[in-house]
Ligand binder design. Structure first.
Ligand code: IPM
Ligand code: MG
Length: 359
């Protein structure tokens, strides 16, 4: 029996994670899903954003299925007292440095994209985002009052070569299994960290002769993504650039509600790595509690969990095929419904996915 820590958190988190758990239970009878508090849900219960018992559960689990964290009422607090702190602690403490964000346009969804269908048809790329370094974690990082009485703030973008090398390896390994092209994104014309990034990526590329590599500046990459997205296979980039570009890439698929993610680290090996799996969308406060959120990202995150933490490729495929088949049949949640098509709510959409699981 594999234990999965289910941390659904805030906003639409609980609504969509519930669907992912349901699908996971359909394909695997031997997983034990244990829920625990995280983020604003923990804060509201008078606990820290990542309570000790939640961490203990994660310690003894094969993987974490995560929803979203963040509540407007905590927005003005310092980071340590905000729901988001839980996410950063989990990423940092389990060294989940490799964030994998697959971007696929499923057949039938071309018309839901904000780009012309011809530009996104069959789109299939992945963003490999460095997740435990860069400007998110570099020190100093603080708000302060300077000697002259003026308020100031500082964040620090910092990388050490081994941090870049290990994430570059992940990107090249994925590319080897795919269309063998890595686009490394940086801001080398202005940032020192990007100069180092480019150099280490070049060195790492030497070990992967079958994979070609292109370097793009991040502003150009943002433009190319909406100009001709099909040119990308694997996008390799640092923490903040990856955060921004993956939201942009999500819209190519019609909705940010479609994009799953896997955050993998140093614990475990092969396809039995400890990891955290979450929709990239966040809490979506505008629709939270209405039961209309698109559960696709959460369900596809469960598929990634099966693939990378439970070494169960067949089950992962079944889940992905069921989602694909649901879209093909015309099933759409409100974020994807176009031209007056009837929108399914979260549960109804999941019903369609479950019904379409290949036997
Ligand atoms: C993401 C999210 C987080 C991030 C937020 C919630 C802090 O946007 O996972 O993409 O910026 O990493
Ligand atoms: Mg983000």
């Amino acid at each position: 029996v594999s234990t999965i820590a289910v941390l659904s958190g805030d906003g639409i988190g609980p609504e969509v994670v519930q669907c992912a758990v349901r699908v996971l239970r359909e394909v695997r009878l031997d997983v034990e899903c244990v829920e625990a508090l995280v983020g604003g849900a923990a804060l509201r219960a008078g606990k820290p954003p990542l309570p000790d018992d939640t961490r203990a559960l994660c310690d003894r689990s094969a993987a974490i299925l995560f929803g979203a964290v963040g509540l407007p009422e905590y927005d003005s607090k310092p980071l340590a007292e905000r729901p988001e702190k839980a996410l950063f602690s989990l990423r940092h403490d389990y060294e989940l440095y490799a964030n994998i964000r697959p971007v696929r346009v499923f057949p039938g969804l071309e018309g839901s994209s904000s780009l012309l269908p011809s530009l996104v048809q069959g789109l299939d790329l992945i963003v490999v985002r460095e997740l435990t370094g860069g400007i998110y974690f570099g020190q100093p990082k603080e708000r302060r009052t300077a000697a002259d009485g003026i308020e100031e703030a500082v964040d620090t973008m910092f990388y050490r070569a081994p941090e870049i090398e290990r994430i570059a390896r992940v990107a090249f390994e994925f590319a080897q299994q795919r269309r063998r092209h890595v686009t490394s994104v940086d801001k080398q014309n202005i940032l020192e960290t990007s100069g180092l990034w480019r150099q280490v990526v070049e060195q790492t590329a030497q070990s992967f002769p079958a994979v070609s590599v292109t370097h793009l500046l991040v502003d150009n990459a943002a433009m190319q993504l909406i100009r001709r997205p099909a040119q990308f296979d694997v996008i390799l980039t640092e923490n903040m650039f990856g955060d921004i570009l993956s939201d942009e890439a999500a819209m190519l698929t019609g909705s940010i509600g479609n994009l799953p993610s896997a955050s993998l680290g140093t614990r475990g090996n092969g396809n039995r790595r400890f990891g955290m799996y979450e929709p990239i969308s966040g809490t979506a406060p505008d629709i939270a509690g209405k039961g209309i959120a698109n559960p696709t990202a959460a369900i596809l995150s469960a598929a990634l969990l099966l693939r990378y933490s439970l070494d169960d490729e067949p089950a992962a495929r079944r889940v992905e095929q069921a989602v694909e088949s649901a879209f093909r049949s015309g099933a759409r949640t409100a974020d994807l419904a176009r031209g007056g098509a009837r929108a399914l709510n979260t549960t109804e959409f999941t019903d369609v996915v479950v019904a379409r699981l290949p036997r």
